[in-house]
Design a protein around this ligand. Structure first.
Ligand code: MN
Ligand code: MN
Length: 470
């Protein structure tokens, strides 16, 4: 083949065929530095926001520092926040155009899989004290055994006063742990069983102490000692644990992963990678065309139920507040929402080279290839998904391309392999255009999820382009 002919074929291929692009090949030195700088802020966010409540506190703190006003109060301003029950928060930046021309929404979730304490958690057995738990969200139970754990959350006393917990993060703090069986004795109980049978939810009990109070005649001495400790240090009694939301999460900070420090390993990146990207993009926004909202939902991991999940009417309320503040009739709410465009900002599972059999490699998200959007999710026959309209996907492609966002399109797993849901379908019912768009993760839903710093940054850049688009 002639050299000239070869060149022509290459040009033809470049013009006609789609080739996924590795972010690292697409960025210049300045953007490479921005990727690593973003990773530092991101890790700090992960460490400060290990629960939905902590995420709300941190998001509100950052917004207030930049002059966002409380939309539940009387203050007026083009930038506001709305904190709902300390577990949801919405940030708003007012646009130039009227609300009825539609909003730009980036909706993420700030809850993550974990172990929640039961109503009567504290008990003693074999001179050891434990806390009973009920796991929250989709976990592989064995991943939570024999590792340091922290306890975060609140206890609300009957008089309404609040006791805040965060123990196990400071290097001087004690940590907690769920025990695992020694391999020497595990053959029948674990090794010979299916994984789903080998690890039982009821055995996810957290070891919290072993020191007895009183003498051998004292009943449940270790438990009593801990109750006294809780009263002395926190002013709470056993009944107070009934009105509590105490969450057991992996202890310790998010870390750089790899000799080249190109990855972040840490807990809760589903979905705080997207939540942080939405936060950073919105805080950075100046006078956009359309009014922009970043919504941070709770309860996604258990089906978006409850009054703080995406199935609640929070968005309705939010839009009515915005209409009223602009002297318009709340009646216009439905029209505003139908004219809106949204990103369901959630992570996806990336192609794992050790388990290629669960992915369809031509349509699987790859680590390092940028933010990933899913036209649809669901499983086996596209069940239970919001399938984004082709017109909208085209619009997304255009704005991402125009703003230098390195992106990929994907699908979670092989057709009949399983699947997952996001909040997209709960917002789609309002009539808005919506598509899933977020960071690809490895070891998703584990205590140590892995993301590429390049993809994290491109997620931020994607949300920024989306907010800015006309
Ligand atoms: Mn998620
Ligand atoms: Mn999830």
């Amino acid at each position: 083949m002639e050299v000239q002919e070869k060149d022509e074929l290459k040009q033809l291929r470049d013009r006609l065929a789609v080739t996924p692009k590795l972010v690292w090949d697409q960025v210049d030195q300045a953007e490479r530095a921005a990727i690593f700088a973003y990773g530092e802020h991101y890790k700090t966010f992960l460490d400060r926001a290990k629960t939905e409540r902590e995420a709300v506190v941190e998001i509100e703190r950052q917004a207030k520092a930049l002059g966002f006003v409380d939309l539940a109060g009387k203050e007026i301003g083009p930038r506001g926040y709305y904190n709902y029950r300390g577990k949801n928060i919405v940030l708003v930046v007012q646009g130039r155009r009227p609300l009825t021309e539609g909003l730009r929404l980036v909706a993420s979730h700030i809850d993550s899989p974990r172990l929640d304490l039961k109503q009567y958690p504290l008990y003693e057995d074999t001179d050891l004290a434990f806390l009973k738990t009920h796991y929250y969200g989709g976990i592989k139970k064995y991943q939570w055994l024999a590792r340091p754990l922290a306890i975060h959350g609140v206890v609300i006393k009957a008089d309404g006063s609040r006791v805040q917990f965060s123990i196990g993060e400071d290097p001087h703090d004690p940590v907690f742990s769920v025990l695992d069986l020694l391999p020497h004795l595990a053959r029948k109980t674990q090794m010979d069983k299916k994984v789903t049978d080998a690890f039982e939810g009821e055995k996810l009990n957290v070891l919290v102490g072993s020191l007895p109070l009183g003498d051998a005649d004292t009943k449940e001495r270790v438990k009593l000692h801990l109750l006294k400790y809780l009263e002395d240090h926190y002013g709470i009694q056993e009944e107070d644990l009934i009105s509590a939301e105490l969450e057991v999460v992996p202890a310790g900070p998010a870390r750089d992963l790899g000799w080249d420090r190109s990855l972040v390993g840490g807990y809760g990146q589903d979905d705080r990678s997207c939540a942080y990207a939405a936060l950073a993009a919105l805080l950075d926004l100046k006078e956009p065309e359309h009014t922009c909202l970043a919504l941070f939902y709770d309860k996604e991991e258990i089906g978006s139920e409850g009054n703080t999940g995406a199935r609640s009417f929070l968005l309705n309320e939010m839009v009515e507040i915005l209409l009223e503040r602009q002297g318009e009739s709340p009646q216009a709410r439905r029209r505003v929402l139908m004219a809106s465009k949204a990103l369901s900002a959630d992570v996806t599972g990336a192609l794992d080279p050790d388990f290629p059999e669960v992915h369809e490699k031509r349509n699987a998200a790859r680590l390092g290839y940028g933010v990933c959007f899913h036209k649809y999710g669901g499983s086996g026959g596209k069940y239970s998904t919001s399938d984004a309209n082709a017109e909208y996907v085209a619009w997304i492609r255009r704005i991402f391309n125009e703003h230098g966002v390195v992106w990929q399109a994907g699908e979670l797993g092989k057709v009949d392999e399983g699947g997952g849901g996001t909040i997209a379908k709960f917002l789609a019912v309002y009539g808005m255009e919506i598509i899933d768009c977020g960071t690809p993760l490895l070891s998703m839903h584990s205590p140590f999820e892995v993301a590429s710093k390049a993809d994290l940054y491109m997620t931020f850049k994607a949300y920024q382009a989306f907010f800015k688009a006309g």
